[in-house]
Design a protein around this ligand. Structure first.
Ligand code: NAD
Length: 295
């Protein structure tokens, strides 16, 4: 019998935090400033809380005082779901123009009235700690990104924690979004994995299962509980589940976890897998953004 190991995202996030504390003392002593625009939805509040805790542990500022008072002129802000586009743009422009702000992060998904691509393009690329500005995406294309997509980097951290070399492996990414599927695929290509991208069209064509069955490395980022059946997992595969779904008040991923665990060599759980590592990658990107602005 081979190994069936659950990848502990909290432990990996802690290791990244300790490395930052050790190797980036000078930057952290200067207290880089991160500004987060989040929304008044439960998912966004939960994510913001995790970001706030991680930032505090590294003494990265978020500009919210102990009373919780918020103003975009001095710190991170919660916005109503019906916030109009010009208001979002005004906040980002303010943070772009403020030299004491080093990192900007706008929560996704954004409300329908907000043009997310326009927002991504407005953020100063040197402050774009989610790695979504077109210039940062283009640098990723050439494998030269200084600030990468935080979720994609988190996926790669989890894969790398297994110690398995990716060259020549069959990697299958399910989901082709701009913030997860596409950037993960590029990072897998950079490691010379033979990379296949599946999406809703693959499923509609009835070909999702056959692709998943080939995967030595499977990354799933869709947002549909139980989409990937445990019986489809190739024996000995690495399975990274990015999906976040709430089912009967429980948070679950996109993969049938218990069944998949019987076949996978390594699998990331939800919660406690990609999520905590992503939060820490935002902090790592904030440190990098600080250095980029200081040269
Ligand atoms: P998205 O909605 O932008 O993209 C979904 C993707 O899934 C698309 O590529 C679509 O083609 C594909 N898809 C839809 N139905 C499918 C089907 N039946 N079969 C195969 N593919 C299908 O989503 P996103 O922003 O990439 O997020 C995906 C999931 O990851 C969500 O659950 C989100 O909450 C989660 N997420 C987690 C983190 C984290 O840090 N843990 C970060 C970002 C997103």
């Amino acid at each position: 019998m081979g190994t069936h190991q659950v990848l502990d995202g909290r432990k990996i996030a802690e290791r990244i935090k300790q490395t930052l504390l050790k190797e980036e003392t000078a930057v952290l002593r200067a207290h880089p400033q991160l500004r987060v625009l989040y929304f008044d939805t439960t998912a966004s509040q939960v994510y913001w809380q995790a970001q706030r805790v991680a930032a505090a542990a590294l003494e990265i500022g978020t500009g919210v005082d102990k009373s919780g008072r918020e103003s975009y002129k001095t710190g991170s802000v919660s916005c109503p779901w019906n916030i109009p586009q010009p208001e979002v743009e005004r906040i980002i422009q303010w943070w772009n123009d403020d030299p004491s702000v080093h990192g900007i992060f706008v929560h996704q998904p954004m409300p329908v009235q907000i043009d997310a691509q326009r927002v991504s393009a407005l953020i100063d690329p040197r402050k774009d700690v989610e790695g979504i500005h077109p210039a940062n995406c283009a640098r990723r294309f050439f494998a030269k990104a200084r600030i990468g997509s935080c979720t994609a980097l988190a996926v790669m951290e989890l894969i790398e924690s297994t110690g398995v070399a990716l060259e020549g492996k069959e990697a299958v990414v399910v989901g082709h979004s701009e913030i997860v599927g596409r950037p993960v695929s590029m990072l897998l290509l950079d490691k010379l994995a033979t990379t296949t991208i599946c999406h809703v069209g693959t499923d509609r064509a009835g070909r999702l299962e056959s692709h998943v069955r080939q995967a030595d490395v499977l990354v799933v980022a869709v947002g549909k509980p139980q989409l990937i059946k445990g019986s489809w997992i190739k024996s000995g595969a690495i399975v990274i589940d990015v999906g976040i779904n709430v089912v009967n008040k429980r948070v679950v991923g996109d993969v049938e976890f218990d069944e998949a665990l019987k076949r996978a060599a390594y699998i990331s759980p939800v919660p406690g897998g990609v999520g905590p590592v992503t939060v820490m990658m935002v902090m790592k990107n904030t440190v990098e953004a600080f250095k980029w602005q200081r040269r």
